[in-house]
Design a protein around this ligand. Structure first.
Ligand code: OFO
Length: 169
């Protein structure tokens, strides 16, 4: 049986993951409008991964015979000024998600819900990767992003990203 508070914050986390998917989709659409199709693809794939993250939480709750509470998803910001602004926002957003995952780990410990404490490790690792990838892109944008030819090459590189469905094992 899962902890009472843990169940609540897992349901809140489902909402945050689906909101993240919305946010990445908005960014992807904006980048596509700017003609940066590789950046756009990167964000679109991230949006799909966020849906997977939400679904893994749903499946986890269902496996434990717990109730799913699907809350409203807010509209994300739709307009941005530059790829650098977008990736800085992504980094800040992912830092907040990390804090939110950390608080699930803390709650699981407080409620002696060791199943969830173990489960949430997968998300903690995922956050380390996401923050790292985003910071690398920000560093490159800061170093070369003002040159059109470099931006073109970065766009090509980010466009190579492939979608792999995320699974919790
Ligand atoms: Fe952006 O990561 Fe989900 O959890």
């Amino acid at each position: 049986m899962l902890g009472t508070k843990v169940k609540e914050i897992l349901n809140e986390q489902i909402n945050k993951e689906f909101y993240s998917a919305y946010l990445y989709l908005a960014m992807s659409a904006h980048l596509s409008d700017m003609g940066l199709y590789g950046f756009s693809r990167w964000c679109e794939i991230q949006s799909r991964e966020e849906i997977d993250h939400g679904m893994i939480l749903v499946e986890y709750l269902l496996k434990h015979k717990e109730k799913i509470d699907l809350k409203n998803i807010s509209s994300p910001q739709m307009n941005f000024s530059s790829p650098l602004e977008i990736f800085e926002q992504i980094y800040n957003h992912e830092r907040e998600i990390t804090r939110s995952i950390d608080s699930i780990a803390v709650k699981s410990d407080e409620e002696c819900d060791f199943a969830t404490r173990n489960f949430i490790d997968w998300y903690l690792k995922e956050q380390i990767e996401e923050e790292d990838h985003t910071l690398r892109i920000i560093s490159k944008l800061k170093a070369f992003g003002s040159e059109k030819s470099s931006l073109y090459l970065m766009d090509k590189e980010l466009g190579q990203r492939e979608y792999h469905q995320s699974f919790y094992q």
